[in-house]
Design a protein around this ligand. Sequence first.
Ligand code: SAH
Length: 369
Amino acid sequence: MTVPGKLTFAAPRRAKPPRHLADLAPAERKAAVVDLGEKPFRATQLSTHYFSHLVDDPAAMTDLPSATRDLLARELLPPLLTPVRHLTCDGGATRKSVWRLFDGATVESVLMRYPDRVTMCVSSQAGCGMNCPFCATGQAGLTRNMSAAEIVEQVVAGARSLRRGELADGPQRSDRISNVVFMGMGEPLANYRAVVTAVRRLTDPAPDGLGLSQRNITVSTVGLVPAVERLTDENLKVTLAVSLHAPDDELRDTLVPVNTRWKVAEVLDAAWRFADRTSRRVSIEYAMIKDINDQAWRADLLGQLLKGHLVHVNLIPLNPTPGSKWTASRPADEREFVRRRESHGVPVTVRDTRGREIDGACGQLAATS
Ligand code: SAH
């Protein structure tokens, strides 16, 4: 693990997670199957079992001869996530899972069931190197990047749980995962290649992938400008969320330390280029911290920066984290902030924060085992 207290971009060198079907594009799967001495069509069978049937027991793949099944499962469907525990709240509609990875690193994911959708919040790194002082994940530093398959498997595991009825009953149409947000542990754009690969696996039509809509995937970032530019060039129709938290560099330098490298204006410029290219509304995340970033003048400054752009502001009442000296804004200050945002014509919502009681809300994921 790296030392907490400083920015870490490059992940420490560690043994790589085992190769998995979900790391590979469809053509690479065929090549891998052929390398193992099997017919290429076995790759499609395997993909159908994994992405469409969500199998986790190779014995269920009865259309494969047993020797082939054992070989392919061992080589291409290695177990990646071992459940440490599951915690539920909100009457069973929110479930946080703590997972142990092959090398003992732990990560968390959160499944949230709403009347009209089911959202899976996934981790993209074990730990995080961005060191934002109000976020629990940042406090322990970065352990390592996750592989694409480790990211995808969190969603597949959630989909399996829903299919098995492990979450509280909801209306029929929310028995499948509809949305994925990269808002768990880690800075997704610091693990760029694996995250983009995971987005493709999540959105490729079945059986090559899970078949989710790109529009229902949100990639959240502290604002790594070169990586936002790279993402813009992928032309993926995902939602980009920028964790801004302050409209001025002086404060943002302290709340989001990477701001010392890429300033508010540069981050927003990169976000607007993403919006122009993709026609997707950018989401600005703003944790409301009492007497720190919730003053009326900051609301006005934020309004000036965002006015006229394809943007939506998500205010997140600050969630408590261990050792943090900050708390959420007073309700009256929050209301005034919202009013000022709206007076600039910038749409704003206050996020209904799920999972606080189980340390599963924004900024609370620390995977202490
Ligand atoms: N590293 C990425 C992905 C994490 S998303 C990013 O920062 O965008 C998690 C979101 O929760 C981010 O917007 C983050 O700033 C916010 N957050 C972190 N700690 C929080 C806290 N204590 N209360 C509310 N939101 C928090």
